[in-house]
Design a protein around this ligand. Structure first.
Ligand SMILES: [Zn+2]
Length: 408
């Protein structure tokens, strides 16, 4: 029972704490005018929405004087509010943004090691007009990640096309190690993640439907001690080649850190073999005219990004660590990692398969709170901070760091 206590009040009912497009612009403006935060990020416009609103992009990393330093950093891509009604996602993202541009030593380490791209509001039109799930043309954008090649995509779903373009450019310039899309959830309690099973466990590739996969998957298992060790310290075991879809072939190349010398040669020097090799090749083929050198063969098409071998259960390590650091908010037992066919158009699964990013997640915060209490704004912001801390402590080991192991 609700009661208006003042006669001329206008009372609004909200599913969760409101976070509007204007709120985002106010937060961004506040960050840009903060002398401590402003030098640590760059604000740009990723694209325009259907209605012509700006889709904001923040690039957060430690400023460099030498461009090579930037290229060597690994990539992290984060997004929120593809579903406009899920404002809890924005509060988590707000906490993460403030943490990433904050003064803590952990945030400093993240900025030193990573280039973090953040799209805090993918679907500004939906937020502005009050949609719950769709963009202005009526599409649930988190089911359209496989539709960006359609002729109408540029007009119908420019928001997703922009995100795919961001992923393509990022993967082409550096190794992207982590993707997470922030959401709200209507049925389950607590905060949890959906991830993507490493290929050996992928039920969707075996033809299972979403319902069947869910039925057979059972509860997620915490990663064993050996799995955790494998994720960060041992060489991964090679796996079967997968049927992953190639990215745009003219722009994608292998990440520097995982590209072997031989594959680099294949990708970067296909049309300029040494002179001795040319001579050998021409002598073994039919030569109708020996006075002019034969034309060089056309360069082979660039290879698609190679699947990165991933140890079994490694996708569970990040959520597991998150559950240890924020036990009252985040619940590992509510996470799942299967990839049903019905969810193939989601950011999580599409990014995992199309760009070979093993750690591709959806972060879900319940509208219902957790275990008898509702989340406050501060709870949601803390969860965002927790993702930031775990980005660093979880991945710093993979990139060879040592100073923060104690945080585990
Ligand atoms: Zn959602």
């Amino acid at each position: 029972m609700f009661k208006a206590i003042h006669q001329n009040d206008t009372v609004y009912f909200a599913h969760c704490y409101p976070y509007s497009y204007t709120t985002l612009q106010t937060d961004l403006q506040s960050m840009k005018t903060d002398p401590l935060r402003a030098p640590l990020f760059r604000h740009s416009i990723l694209a325009k929405s259907v209605a012509g609103n700006n889709i904001d992009l923040l690039t957060i990393t430690k400023p460099v004087t030498c461009p090579e330093d930037l290229v060597s950093r690994k990539g992290v891509i984060l997004s929120a509010r593809v579903h406009p009604g899920e404002t809890n996602a924005s509060w988590m993202m707000r906490g993460l943004l403030l943490w990433l541009t904050g003064a803590s030593c952990e945030a400093e380490e993240v900025r030193r090691r990573f280039v973090v791209k953040v799209v805090p509001m993918i679907n500004p039109d939906g937020v502005i007009v009050g949609n719950y799930r769709c963009n202005l043309t009526g599409y649930d954008l988190n089911r359209q990640w496989m539709s960006t090649k359609k002729p109408s995509a540029g007009k119908a779903i420019p928001e997703v096309c922009a995100m795919v373009g961001l992923l393509e450019r990022s993967v082409a310039s550096r190794e992207v190690v982590f993707f997470c899309d922030f959401h709200g959830h209507n049925r389950k309690n607590g905060i949890f993640m959906y991830g993507c099973e490493s290929e050996g466990n992928d039920r969707a590739t075996a033809g299972g439907s979403g319902k069947k996969s869910r039925k057979t998957s059972g509860k997620p298992k915490p990663p064993s001690a050996s799995a955790r060790r494998m994720s960060f310290t041992t060489a991964p075991t090679p796996q079967q080649p997968t049927k992953k879809r190639a990215c745009t072939p003219t722009t994608i190349r292998l990440p520097r850190s995982t590209t072997s010398a031989s594959s680099q040669d294949t990708l970067t020097n296909p049309s300029t073999p040494p002179a001795t090799t040319t001579s050998t090749n021409t002598s073994t083929t039919t030569e109708p005219d020996t006075t002019t050198p034969p034309p060089l063969p056309p360069p082979p098409p660039p290879s698609p990004p190679q699947p990165k071998p991933t140890p079994k259960y490694s996708e569970r390590v990040f959520p597991y660590l998150l559950s240890l650091s924020t036990p009252t908010l985040f619940h590992f037992r509510r996470c799942h990692f299967h990839m049903p066919a019905s969810k193939r158009g989601t950011a999580r699964i599409s990014v995992h398969r199309r760009f070979n990013i093993a750690h591709s997640y959806t972060l879900e915060s319940s509208f219902l709170g957790s275990q008898g209490f509702h989340f406050s704004k501060r709870d949601l912001e803390k969860m965002g901070e927790g993702v930031g801390v775990r980005c660093m402590t979880g991945f710093v080991l993979r990139v060879g760091g040592s100073g923060c192991m104690g945080l585990l």
